[in-house]
Design a binder for this molecule. Structure first.
Ligand code: V47
Ligand code: SF4
Length: 361
């Protein structure tokens, strides 16, 4: 029985032979309505890279401030200074929050926030070093490339020296946020004050050179075109060819509620699965594709393990960015539930640390 529809047969051949897909292939995959063919092909790549394993992490998110100088139009989380709902956690509050996470024996703090115009560089250094002092065994994945660039401006240091100072204070790796869609057209319209493609990629290049791994993301389901999505994936693939420092790619489904784009509709299940499958197929040099259950729900995240994803992210515990924009998911899922979702999908659950070492319990 033929599984992959005839118009995608040439792509299937490339996938089976481990050949790199072209820009046009990526566009055709996104245009296809045949989700089962996409899933079948993405599953071949997933299996060749990760066998039957599916990963998760016991982690806790901390969003230290929502005050942001950028005010991207797709963001419902950010506030301006003095605006109702604006907050900044003190270092004591951050430490306190870290402690409350320990009921789950976490191995990672995932820390991101807005671009606060006034917090001193030392706030960030102290945040890392005091968390590290309190919980030396916990890996700190913190500050998107956008925040790193902001911190470099704040400290007057180069990107390299900023990263070195953060690493010295306890930074372990960098999350993948802030990439959005690299297209200048999209950035001009939605996040004109945010650093552009070149600078985002440069921060990652320098980080990887210093031995700091990172993730990468793409925010999809707003005004971007299919071609702009594929361009984005190929730019990431090219950087990964140079550095090999990206660990995982996470497609982020746009949530429009409470944003300036609230006339747009939420992404559909098919779009979400397609984002997973196409990224698995195009990003042939990324070891992992993550289905972030917070954004697409636990049910679809479970299904996505058969459509190219090999990672469900983690326990999360507290999440503000997507929930400010109307996410209907919980903010926390227990380790036991993550294991159940993975086992039911016929995969072998592996609790990993941030850099994909198996956690011994
Ligand atoms: O950069 C902002 C996105 C990102 C909305 O690296 C929105 O493992 C949806 O990057 N609807 C931050 N998304 C989150 C992020 C992330 C999440 C989980 C894991 C990892 C990782 C990274 O959230 C932002 C932006 O792209 N975002 N507003 C919104 N309305
Ligand atoms: Fe600020 Fe990030 Fe929100 Fe943009 S997405 S407004 S940079 S917090």
């Amino acid at each position: 029985m033929e599984i992959v529809s005839p118009e995608l047969k040439d792509i299937l051949k490339k996938v089976k032979n481990g050949k790199r897909l072209s820009f046009d292939d990526g566009v055709r995959l996104y245009m296809s309505k045949d989700i089962l063919s996409l899933g079948y092909m993405a599953n071949i790549v997933r299996e060749s890279k990760n066998g039957n394993l599916a990963y998760f992490i016991t982690n806790g998110h901390i969003n230290y401030t929502n005050i942001c100088a950028n005010r991207c139009r797709f963001c419902a989380f950010s506030r301006s200074e003095g605006e109702t709902g604006a907050y900044t956690l003190t270092l004591e509050e951050i430490l306190e929050k870290g402690k409350t996470f320990f009921k789950e024996k976490i191995t990672e703090f995932h820390i991101v926030g807005g671009l606060h115009p006034e917090l001193p560089f030392n706030y960030y250094i102290e945040m890392l070093s005091s968390l590290k002092k309190e919980s030396p065994q916990v890996h700190i994945q913190a500050f998107t490339a956008v925040e790193i660039s902001h911190l470099a401006k704040l400290s007057g240091l180069s990107i390299k020296d900023t990263l070195l100072k953060l690493k010295e204070a306890g930074l372990g790796s960098i999350p993948g946020g802030g990439a959005e869609v690299f297209s200048p057209r999209v950035r001009e319209s939605l996040c004109k004050d945010k650093i552009g493609k070149e600078e985002w990629l440069e921060v990652m290049r320098v980080a990887h050179e210093l031995g700091i791994n990172s993730n990468a993301t793409m925010l999809y389901g707003h005004i971007e075109t299919i071609e702009e999505r594929v361009d984005h994936l190929i730019a990431l693939r090219e950087m990964q060819d140079r550095t090999g420092g990206f660990l995982s790619f996470i497609p982020l489904a746009f949530h429009p509620k409470n944003t300036e784009l609230d006339s747009l509709t939420n992404t559909t299940g098919l779009e979400d699965l397609k984002a997973i499958a196409v990224s698995r197929l195009v990003l042939d040099n990324f070891p992992h594709i993550k289905a972030f259950w917070i954004m697409i729900g636990t049910k679809l995240a479970q299904v996505s393990l058969s459509f190219g994803a090999d990672d469900l992210d983690g326990t999360v515990i507290e999440e503000k960015i997507t929930h400010s924009a109307g996410a209907s998911t919980e903010e926390y899922i227990s380790k036991a539930n993550l294991i159940r979702l993975i086992k039911e999908a016929g995969k072998e659950p592996v609790e990993r640390d941030t850099v994909y070492n198996k956690v011994k319990n």
